[in-house]
Design a protein around this ligand. Structure first.
Ligand code: KIV
Length: 266
Protein backbone atom coordinates (compact mmCIF):
# COMPACT_ATOMS: atom_id res chain seq x y z
CA UNK A 1 0.00 0.00 0.00
CA UNK A 2 1.19 3.53 -0.67
CA UNK A 3 1.80 5.79 2.30
CA UNK A 4 1.40 9.22 0.69
CA UNK A 5 -1.79 10.26 -1.08
CA UNK A 6 -1.32 12.76 -3.92
CA UNK A 7 -2.90 16.19 -3.51
CA UNK A 8 -5.51 17.54 -5.90
CA UNK A 9 -3.94 19.35 -8.91
CA UNK A 10 -6.18 21.47 -11.18
CA UNK A 11 -3.32 21.76 -13.71
CA UNK A 12 -3.54 18.06 -14.58
CA UNK A 13 -6.45 18.71 -16.94
CA UNK A 14 -4.50 21.50 -18.66
CA UNK A 15 -1.82 18.99 -19.51
CA UNK A 16 -4.52 16.80 -21.05
CA UNK A 17 -5.69 19.76 -23.17
CA UNK A 18 -2.31 19.80 -24.88
CA UNK A 19 -3.18 16.42 -26.36
CA UNK A 20 -5.74 18.13 -28.57
CA UNK A 21 -3.19 20.43 -30.20
CA UNK A 22 -1.71 17.44 -32.03
CA UNK A 23 -5.04 15.58 -31.94
CA UNK A 24 -3.67 12.61 -29.99
CA UNK A 25 -6.77 10.64 -28.98
CA UNK A 26 -7.02 9.85 -25.28
CA UNK A 27 -8.85 7.26 -23.19
CA UNK A 28 -10.88 7.79 -20.05
CA UNK A 29 -12.74 5.42 -17.73
CA UNK A 30 -14.93 5.70 -14.67
CA UNK A 31 -13.76 4.25 -11.35
CA UNK A 32 -15.41 4.10 -7.96
CA UNK A 33 -12.91 2.35 -5.69
CA UNK A 34 -9.22 2.04 -4.83
CA UNK A 35 -8.20 -1.22 -6.56
CA UNK A 36 -9.85 -0.50 -9.92
CA UNK A 37 -8.66 3.14 -9.93
CA UNK A 38 -5.13 2.06 -9.08
CA UNK A 39 -5.05 -0.72 -11.69
CA UNK A 40 -6.25 1.63 -14.44
CA UNK A 41 -3.84 4.39 -13.41
CA UNK A 42 -0.94 1.93 -13.49
CA UNK A 43 -2.15 0.62 -16.87
CA UNK A 44 -1.75 4.13 -18.31
CA UNK A 45 -5.31 5.51 -18.62
CA UNK A 46 -5.35 9.24 -19.48
CA UNK A 47 -8.23 10.35 -17.23
CA UNK A 48 -10.29 8.77 -14.45
CA UNK A 49 -13.82 9.95 -13.64
CA UNK A 50 -15.47 9.14 -10.34
CA UNK A 51 -18.84 9.22 -12.04
CA UNK A 52 -22.17 9.56 -10.33
CA UNK A 53 -23.00 6.46 -12.41
CA UNK A 54 -21.86 4.82 -9.17
CA UNK A 55 -25.54 5.14 -8.23
CA UNK A 56 -26.38 2.36 -10.69
CA UNK A 57 -23.07 0.53 -11.07
CA UNK A 58 -22.14 0.27 -7.38
CA UNK A 59 -25.24 1.02 -5.32
CA UNK A 60 -27.97 -0.62 -7.41
CA UNK A 61 -30.06 2.54 -7.87
CA UNK A 62 -32.25 2.98 -10.93
CA UNK A 63 -30.48 6.18 -12.04
CA UNK A 64 -28.01 8.80 -10.80
CA UNK A 65 -30.52 11.13 -9.17
CA UNK A 66 -30.17 9.69 -5.63
CA UNK A 67 -26.40 10.12 -5.46
CA UNK A 68 -25.29 12.61 -2.79
CA UNK A 69 -22.23 14.78 -2.28
CA UNK A 70 -21.27 12.57 0.70
CA UNK A 71 -21.26 9.47 -1.53
CA UNK A 72 -19.13 11.26 -4.12
CA UNK A 73 -16.67 12.42 -1.44
CA UNK A 74 -16.36 8.86 -0.07
CA UNK A 75 -15.68 7.27 -3.46
CA UNK A 76 -13.43 10.11 -4.65
CA UNK A 77 -11.22 9.70 -1.58
CA UNK A 78 -11.03 5.92 -2.21
CA UNK A 79 -9.98 6.44 -5.83
CA UNK A 80 -7.51 9.21 -4.90
CA UNK A 81 -5.57 6.75 -2.74
CA UNK A 82 -4.94 4.65 -5.83
CA UNK A 83 -4.31 7.33 -8.47
CA UNK A 84 -0.87 8.92 -8.74
CA UNK A 85 -0.68 9.92 -12.36
CA UNK A 86 -3.94 10.40 -14.30
CA UNK A 87 -6.18 13.44 -13.74
CA UNK A 88 -8.97 12.46 -11.33
CA UNK A 89 -12.32 14.11 -12.07
CA UNK A 90 -15.35 13.78 -9.76
CA UNK A 91 -19.00 14.39 -10.62
CA UNK A 92 -20.96 16.96 -8.69
CA UNK A 93 -24.19 14.99 -8.18
CA UNK A 94 -27.77 16.01 -8.97
CA UNK A 95 -28.99 19.25 -7.26
CA UNK A 96 -25.56 19.92 -5.70
CA UNK A 97 -24.81 22.86 -8.03
CA UNK A 98 -28.15 24.63 -8.38
CA UNK A 99 -26.45 27.97 -7.71
CA UNK A 100 -22.86 29.18 -8.23
CA UNK A 101 -22.35 29.33 -4.44
CA UNK A 102 -23.51 25.76 -3.79
CA UNK A 103 -21.45 24.58 -6.77
CA UNK A 104 -18.29 26.10 -5.27
CA UNK A 105 -19.02 24.88 -1.73
CA UNK A 106 -19.69 21.29 -2.86
CA UNK A 107 -16.83 21.25 -5.37
CA UNK A 108 -14.47 22.26 -2.55
CA UNK A 109 -15.52 19.08 -0.70
CA UNK A 110 -14.65 16.96 -3.75
CA UNK A 111 -11.33 18.76 -4.20
CA UNK A 112 -10.56 18.21 -0.49
CA UNK A 113 -11.26 14.49 -1.09
CA UNK A 114 -8.65 14.54 -3.87
CA UNK A 115 -10.42 15.47 -7.13
CA UNK A 116 -8.26 17.39 -9.61
CA UNK A 117 -11.43 18.67 -11.30
CA UNK A 118 -15.20 18.40 -11.02
CA UNK A 119 -17.80 17.71 -13.71
CA UNK A 120 -21.26 19.24 -13.99
CA UNK A 121 -24.09 18.49 -16.40
CA UNK A 122 -25.81 21.16 -18.49
CA UNK A 123 -25.31 23.68 -21.27
CA UNK A 124 -25.31 27.49 -21.39
CA UNK A 125 -27.42 27.77 -18.22
CA UNK A 126 -24.42 26.39 -16.30
CA UNK A 127 -22.19 29.33 -17.33
CA UNK A 128 -22.50 31.14 -13.95
CA UNK A 129 -21.56 27.95 -12.07
CA UNK A 130 -18.52 27.29 -14.30
CA UNK A 131 -17.39 30.92 -14.02
CA UNK A 132 -17.68 30.77 -10.21
CA UNK A 133 -15.79 27.46 -10.09
CA UNK A 134 -13.02 28.83 -12.34
CA UNK A 135 -12.79 31.97 -10.19
CA UNK A 136 -12.38 29.70 -7.15
CA UNK A 137 -9.50 27.90 -8.91
CA UNK A 138 -11.50 24.69 -9.47
CA UNK A 139 -11.06 23.08 -12.89
CA UNK A 140 -14.45 22.10 -14.31
CA UNK A 141 -15.48 19.63 -17.00
CA UNK A 142 -18.81 20.33 -18.73
CA UNK A 143 -21.25 17.64 -19.86
CA UNK A 144 -23.80 18.11 -22.65
CA UNK A 145 -26.01 15.88 -24.80
CA UNK A 146 -27.91 13.25 -22.85
CA UNK A 147 -27.86 14.38 -19.20
CA UNK A 148 -28.35 11.37 -16.89
CA UNK A 149 -29.19 13.61 -13.91
CA UNK A 150 -32.27 14.76 -15.91
CA UNK A 151 -33.36 11.34 -17.14
CA UNK A 152 -36.64 11.49 -15.22
CA UNK A 153 -37.75 14.85 -16.71
CA UNK A 154 -36.63 13.68 -20.14
CA UNK A 155 -38.47 10.36 -19.84
CA UNK A 156 -35.52 8.14 -20.81
CA UNK A 157 -32.06 7.99 -22.36
CA UNK A 158 -32.44 9.57 -25.81
CA UNK A 159 -29.85 10.51 -28.41
CA UNK A 160 -29.42 14.29 -28.90
CA UNK A 161 -28.70 16.45 -31.92
CA UNK A 162 -31.12 14.78 -34.31
CA UNK A 163 -32.69 18.02 -35.58
CA UNK A 164 -30.85 21.08 -36.93
CA UNK A 165 -32.19 23.17 -34.05
CA UNK A 166 -30.97 20.68 -31.44
CA UNK A 167 -27.57 20.40 -33.13
CA UNK A 168 -27.23 24.21 -33.16
CA UNK A 169 -28.22 24.38 -29.48
CA UNK A 170 -25.55 21.80 -28.59
CA UNK A 171 -22.93 23.78 -30.52
CA UNK A 172 -23.93 27.00 -28.74
CA UNK A 173 -23.79 25.19 -25.39
CA UNK A 174 -20.29 23.85 -26.12
CA UNK A 175 -19.04 27.32 -27.15
CA UNK A 176 -20.56 28.87 -24.01
CA UNK A 177 -19.01 26.24 -21.72
CA UNK A 178 -15.59 26.95 -23.22
CA UNK A 179 -16.06 30.74 -22.85
CA UNK A 180 -17.07 30.23 -19.20
CA UNK A 181 -13.83 28.42 -18.42
CA UNK A 182 -14.60 24.69 -18.74
CA UNK A 183 -11.39 22.69 -19.25
CA UNK A 184 -13.05 19.85 -21.22
CA UNK A 185 -16.56 18.74 -22.23
CA UNK A 186 -18.19 15.31 -22.10
CA UNK A 187 -20.44 14.77 -25.13
CA UNK A 188 -22.90 12.03 -24.19
CA UNK A 189 -25.21 10.19 -26.56
CA UNK A 190 -25.43 12.57 -29.50
CA UNK A 191 -25.38 12.24 -33.27
CA UNK A 192 -21.76 11.57 -34.30
CA UNK A 193 -21.69 14.37 -36.89
CA UNK A 194 -22.66 16.93 -34.23
CA UNK A 195 -20.03 15.67 -31.76
CA UNK A 196 -17.37 15.86 -34.48
CA UNK A 197 -18.39 19.42 -35.37
CA UNK A 198 -18.24 20.50 -31.70
CA UNK A 199 -14.81 18.89 -31.43
CA UNK A 200 -13.57 20.95 -34.39
CA UNK A 201 -15.09 24.19 -33.12
CA UNK A 202 -13.97 24.25 -29.49
CA UNK A 203 -10.39 24.57 -28.27
CA UNK A 204 -10.86 22.34 -25.22
CA UNK A 205 -10.87 18.52 -25.34
CA UNK A 206 -14.15 16.75 -26.01
CA UNK A 207 -14.73 13.37 -24.38
CA UNK A 208 -17.31 11.25 -26.15
CA UNK A 209 -19.57 8.50 -24.87
CA UNK A 210 -22.06 7.14 -27.37
CA UNK A 211 -21.20 10.11 -29.61
CA UNK A 212 -19.20 8.47 -32.40
CA UNK A 213 -15.45 8.35 -32.95
CA UNK A 214 -14.85 12.03 -33.78
CA UNK A 215 -14.17 13.31 -30.23
CA UNK A 216 -10.70 14.03 -28.81
CA UNK A 217 -11.13 11.28 -26.22
CA UNK A 218 -13.54 8.49 -25.37
CA UNK A 219 -14.89 7.57 -21.96
CA UNK A 220 -16.56 4.36 -20.87
CA UNK A 221 -18.16 3.23 -17.65
CA UNK A 222 -15.61 0.69 -16.42
CA UNK A 223 -18.25 -2.02 -15.90
CA UNK A 224 -19.09 -1.81 -19.62
CA UNK A 225 -15.42 -2.36 -20.50
CA UNK A 226 -14.97 -5.25 -18.07
CA UNK A 227 -18.33 -6.94 -18.61
CA UNK A 228 -19.07 -6.74 -14.90
CA UNK A 229 -22.65 -5.41 -15.13
CA UNK A 230 -24.42 -8.01 -17.29
CA UNK A 231 -27.93 -6.68 -16.61
CA UNK A 232 -27.45 -3.70 -18.92
CA UNK A 233 -24.92 -3.11 -21.71
CA UNK A 234 -25.06 0.04 -23.87
CA UNK A 235 -24.89 -0.71 -27.59
CA UNK A 236 -21.84 1.52 -28.19
CA UNK A 237 -19.62 -0.23 -25.60
CA UNK A 238 -17.42 -3.18 -26.55
CA UNK A 239 -16.62 -5.28 -23.46
CA UNK A 240 -12.96 -6.42 -23.39
CA UNK A 241 -13.47 -8.94 -20.59
CA UNK A 242 -16.30 -10.97 -19.07
CA UNK A 243 -15.97 -10.39 -15.34
CA UNK A 244 -19.58 -11.40 -14.69
CA UNK A 245 -19.05 -14.88 -16.15
CA UNK A 246 -15.63 -15.17 -14.47
CA UNK A 247 -17.14 -14.20 -11.08
CA UNK A 248 -19.93 -16.78 -11.44
CA UNK A 249 -17.40 -19.46 -12.45
CA UNK A 250 -15.03 -18.70 -9.54
CA UNK A 251 -17.86 -18.61 -6.98
CA UNK A 252 -19.28 -21.93 -8.23
CA UNK A 253 -15.80 -23.49 -8.20
CA UNK A 254 -15.27 -22.32 -4.59
CA UNK A 255 -18.67 -23.72 -3.54
CA UNK A 256 -17.87 -27.05 -5.23
CA UNK A 257 -14.42 -27.18 -3.58
CA UNK A 258 -15.94 -26.71 -0.11
CA UNK A 259 -18.52 -29.40 -0.87
CA UNK A 260 -15.83 -31.91 -1.96
CA UNK A 261 -13.67 -31.04 1.10
CA UNK A 262 -16.65 -31.74 3.35
CA UNK A 263 -17.14 -35.11 1.63
CA UNK A 264 -13.44 -35.95 2.01
CA UNK A 265 -13.43 -35.08 5.77
CA UNK A 266 -16.77 -36.17 7.23
O1 KIV B 1 -21.22 9.27 -14.31
C1 KIV B 1 -20.71 8.87 -15.37
O2 KIV B 1 -20.33 7.70 -15.52
C2 KIV B 1 -20.57 9.81 -16.46
C3 KIV B 1 -20.11 9.26 -17.77
C4 KIV B 1 -21.29 8.73 -18.50
C5 KIV B 1 -19.40 10.28 -18.58
O3 KIV B 1 -20.86 10.96 -16.32
Amino acid sequence: MKTSIPKSDPEKLTRLSKATADRTPFSALTAYDYPVARLMDEAGIDLILVGDSLGMMVLGHEDTTGVTVEMMVYHTAACRRGVLRAPLVADLPSRSYDSPDTAVANARLLVAAGADAVKIEGGSQMAPQIEALSAAGIATVGHIGMLPQHVREEGGYRKKGKTDADAERLLDDARQLERSGAVAIVLESMVARVATQITHEVGIPTIGIGAGGGCDGQILVVHDLLGSFPWFRPSFATPRADFAAETTRAVREFIATQASNANAHP
